[in-house]
Design a protein around this ligand. Structure first.
Ligand SMILES: Nc1ncnc2c1ncn2[C@@H]1O[C@H](COP(=O)(O)OP(=O)(O)O)[C@@H](O)[C@H]1O
Ligand SMILES: [Mg+2]
Length: 264
């Protein structure tokens, strides 16, 4: 596999065709899931204003698998928070599935989050006293899905991440890799428009991390839209598009070609 700058992939153009191994989505015909126009985010710290994002333009299509990298302090988490509707930008426009979410109040943002976004965090963020199954059911509870249907869908999601036999375990009875699988099942269960992962392998050993990235690959091939923030090149390599952020701006945006794979 090589990461190469693709001269045809300017920041706001859909990525060009990938090689045959790259999975189903054809982003060139794709539906826009995320459109950021001149997004800025400032933080006021005492008398000083920190410009965490300084006018970001970005389009992401349905079915893309995007990695976001950048040095510490470059604005990755701020970008994740905006993309995940956890925070609103100071200025600019953010359209999620064609709907302007830039100025929504917290209640509406919470609804959008619940319906449209699946989160995977470095620290798993599971409820310690609840079973894996209950953790996976949580987004469905917030969404008002009835108990019977909830259970059915959560069981299915547990199956998808290979944990059909661990439903009633609690997080402290599971390995780190299993916990992250539960978190992935929870992220999936609402069929979100995007799955946002912030350093998903950061608390895992490299072998377990690779297993989680293998799971992401399966999700990608099923047509999910994935955005992964990471500082590890090895993790980013799994994606199909690599965006580097520096000082609150997109410094590069390139296609990752996966030349190996398939054949076998
Ligand atoms: N809540 C906050 N209040 C003040 N400054 C912040 C806050 N969050 C982030 N920043 C600042 O914004 C910049 C970008 O931070 P961040 O998005 O966390 O970067 P990264 O995740 O790439 O390390 C940094 O200078 C950071 O100190
Ligand atoms: Mg960060």
């Amino acid at each position: 596999m090589t990461v190469e700058a693709n001269p045809t992939s300017l920041p706001n153009l859909p990525p060009g065709p990938l090689d045959a191994s790259a999975g189903p989505p054809d982003a060139t015909n794709g539906k826009v899931v995320i459109r950021l126009s001149q997004i800025a985010k400032n933080y006021q710290v005492g008398t000083e204003t920190v410009h965490a994002l300084r006018g970001v333009d970005l389009t992401i299509y349905k079915g893309e698998y995007v990695a976001i990298m950048g040095p510490s302090g470059s604005g990755k988490s701020t970008m994740m928070n905006v993309l995940g509707c956890l925070d609103t930008p100071s200025s600019g426009r953010f359209e999620l599935n064609g709907i302007d979410v830039s100025d929504m109040d917290d209640n509406r943002l919470a609804d959008i989050r619940n319906q449209e976004i699946g989160f995977v965090f470095q620290t798993f963020n599971l409820l310690a006293r609840s079973t894996a199954l209950h953790n996976v059911e949580l987004p469905l509870i917030y969404a008002g899905v009835n108990a019977e249907r909830r259970r059915e869908v959560a069981i299915e999601a547990m199956g998808q991440v290979g944990l059909a036999d661990r439903m009633l375990h609690k997080p402290n009875e599971m390995s780190g890799g299993q916990r992250q699988r539960v978190a992935v099942a929870r992220a999936l269960v609402n069929h979100p428009s995007i799955i946002l992962a912030d350093e998903p392998t950061g608390n895992l050993d490299s072998k377990t991390g690779e297993e989680i990235m293998g799971l992401f690959e399966v999700l990608y091939k099923k047509g999910n839209t994935l955005i992964v923030v990471t500082h590890e090149e090895d993790v980013a390599r799994h994606a199909r598009r690599l965006i580097r952020i520096r000082d609150g701006l997109i410094a590069s945006d390139e296609i990752i070609t996966h030349k190996t794979a398939v054949s076998a």
